[in-house]
Ligand binder design. Structure first.
Ligand SMILES: Cc1cc2nc3c(=O)[nH]c(=O)nc-3n(C[C@H](O)[C@H](O)[C@H](O)COP(=O)(O)OP(=O)(O)OC[C@H]3O[C@@H](n4cnc5c(N)ncnc54)[C@H](O)[C@@H]3O)c2cc1C
Ligand code: FES
Ligand code: FES
Length: 437
């Protein structure tokens, strides 16, 4: 009863619950917005609502909220408490900012956030005393009830859920796109729950190539050592995408197939020249990601085909890679325009470049002419000036709720300049007019 429905679109966090599962023989929990979570993805998992945290007395998290006056109407409160409790039982090194991050998918419309932040501070001060595994400490402190200790055994008794593969059924990743669009219709459809397939949940590195299962979530990417080692600013890019709860559910393949012209991971993987493996009736075909998009939401893909794997070369130690996103709000917002760039240099010259851009045409765009243009060019202001012109010739933005066409042209020019500022800090990039007449 405590789990609330506020927006039913993944935005407010009032419906937050925890999902517990045994991964590599270790029990771990992550928060999700239950309004978008397919029931099939709950099979074999421990679902914790606010009632599952409550015992007879207030928990320290609830007490901190009460003491700081961090609740008024109370509608958002179960969601905040569940998110922060999930943080307390994760093995993340406790710290004020990461505690706040754990609640970045929760919105409160009465209290104001200062009192909630103070409650988070009280809790992180408590967690800093922790000298034992997070769950043991949380049980000892009565942050969660003692029954959590039995959960691994209970999950074992439940066994592995049977996932009948039905190729014609609609493919379901995290549901964060489908359930926003077609909530009621999906209740009556056969669904193919790809998150339940272990084979689709792996990230493997073989020499310089990464093979990533299509049902890997954004949070799995966030924690992946393969990605952290390959991308210097990986944590920053991840934080630009939605909220903790949505990242815990959303898959990368879902981002590709949703075919939004501004899908963040589509833009990022376009600049990595990723390939996708599509499977139907046991047969595989490999397609460059850029060839998936034929027109607005029109895909080079049969309805039965499933993306099973995403394959790409990891940037080398000396490669330059950058992702930029402009949105109306910094967090929990989709992009007005986004862009990624990958560059390799040799002896002061660009020997390889790949540039992608979203929100500037009907499909997520790989800017092939601009990318090819950069080959064998020096990293100079003249090169950038010519590149900015070339980029404008390759895009066709329209005016919509996220901005006028001219504004999006300007935004992309600024993002390309931002790539250059990141890669070549010495260049006087600010001297260049982004959109020459
Ligand atoms: C509150 C909120 C914030 C968001 N913020 C962002 C954001 O900042 N940036 C962003 O890019 N997106 C954002 N999104 C959109 C969405 O979360 C992402 O696009 C996400 O990656 C979709 O993945 P999913 O697994 O949840 O997709 P699903 O809803 O499960 O599926 C989406 C589509 O892909 C198909 N599909 C899924 N997996 C496969 C597969 N392996 N093979 C074939 N077809 C498949 C499904 O049939 C469906 O058509 C946001 C969504 C919400 C609700
Ligand atoms: S009801 Fe708002 S996120 Fe689920
Ligand atoms: S206390 Fe009312 S919405 Fe947060």
């Amino acid at each position: 009863m405590g789990t609330k429905i506020g927006c039913r679109e993944g935005d407010c966090g009032a419906c937050t619950v925890l999902v517990g599962e045994t991964v590599n023989e270790k029990l771990s929990y992550h928060s999700v917005t239950s309004c978008l979570m397919p029931l099939g993805n709950a099979a074999g998992k421990h679902i914790v609502t606010i009632e599952g945290i409550n015992a007879h007395d207030l928990t320290p998290v609830q007490e901190a909220f009460a003491n700081e006056g961090a609740t008024q109407c109370g509608f958002c409160t179960p969601g905040f408490i569940v998110s922060l409790t999930g943080y307390c039982i994760s093995e993340k090194t406790p710290g004020y900012h990461s505690a706040i991050d754990a609640m970045n998918g929760n919105i409160c419309r009465c209290t104001g956030y200062k009192s909630i932040e103070r409650a988070a501070k009280t809790i992180t001060d408590n967690l800093q005393q922790r000298k034992q595994p997070a769950l043991d400490y949380a049980i000892a402190q009565k942050i969660v009830p003692a029954y959590f200790r039995d959960i691994p055994k209970r999950l074992e008794l439940l066994g592995t859920p049977i996932n009948e593969k039905n190729e014609v059924a609609r493919k379901m990743g995290g549901g964060t796109d489908l359930y926003v669009q077609q909530h009621d219709r999906l209740h009556h459809e056969d669904l193919n729950f790809l998150r339940q397939d272990d084979e689709l949940n792996k990230i493997t590195r073989l020499q310089d190539t990464c093979y990533m299962g299509a049902a890997v979530t954004v949070s799995q990417l966030a924690e992946s050592a393969v990605f952290k080692n390959a991308f210097a600013n990986w944590d920053h890019y991840i934080k630009l995408v939605s909220s903790t709860q949505i990242r815990n559910m959303a898959t990368v393949a879902g981002n590709f197939i949703n075919a939004s012209p501004i899908g963040d991971f589509t833009i990022l993987f376009l600049a990595l020249q990723a390939q996708i493996k599509l499977n139907h009736a046991g047969a595989d075909r490999i397609l460059p990601l850029q060839q998936l998009y034929l027109g607005y939401k029109k895909l080079n893909k049969e309805p039965e085909e499933i993306i099973t794997e995403i394959i790409f070369k990891l940037p080398g130690r000396n490669d330059l890679f950058n992702f930029e996103k402009v949105s109306k709000r910094t967090h929990l917002d989709i992009a007005s325009v986004n862009s990624a760039m990958h560059i390799q240099m040799n002896a002061g010259k660009i020997v390889y470049a790949a540039l992608s851009a979203g929100g500037v045409g009907p499909v997520p765009a790989y800017l092939s002419k601009s990318s090819d243009f950069l080959k064998d060019k020096e990293a100079s202001i003249d090169t950038l000036r010519a590149l900015l012109k070339m980029v404008q010739s390759e895009i066709s933005p329209i005016s919509d709720a996220r901005g006028q066409a001219d504004y999006k042209r300007l935004l992309l020019a600024q993002l390309v300049k931002a790539h250059f500022i990141t890669f070549f800090p010495g260049l006087p990039v600010d001297k260049i007019v982004a959109l020459p007449a």
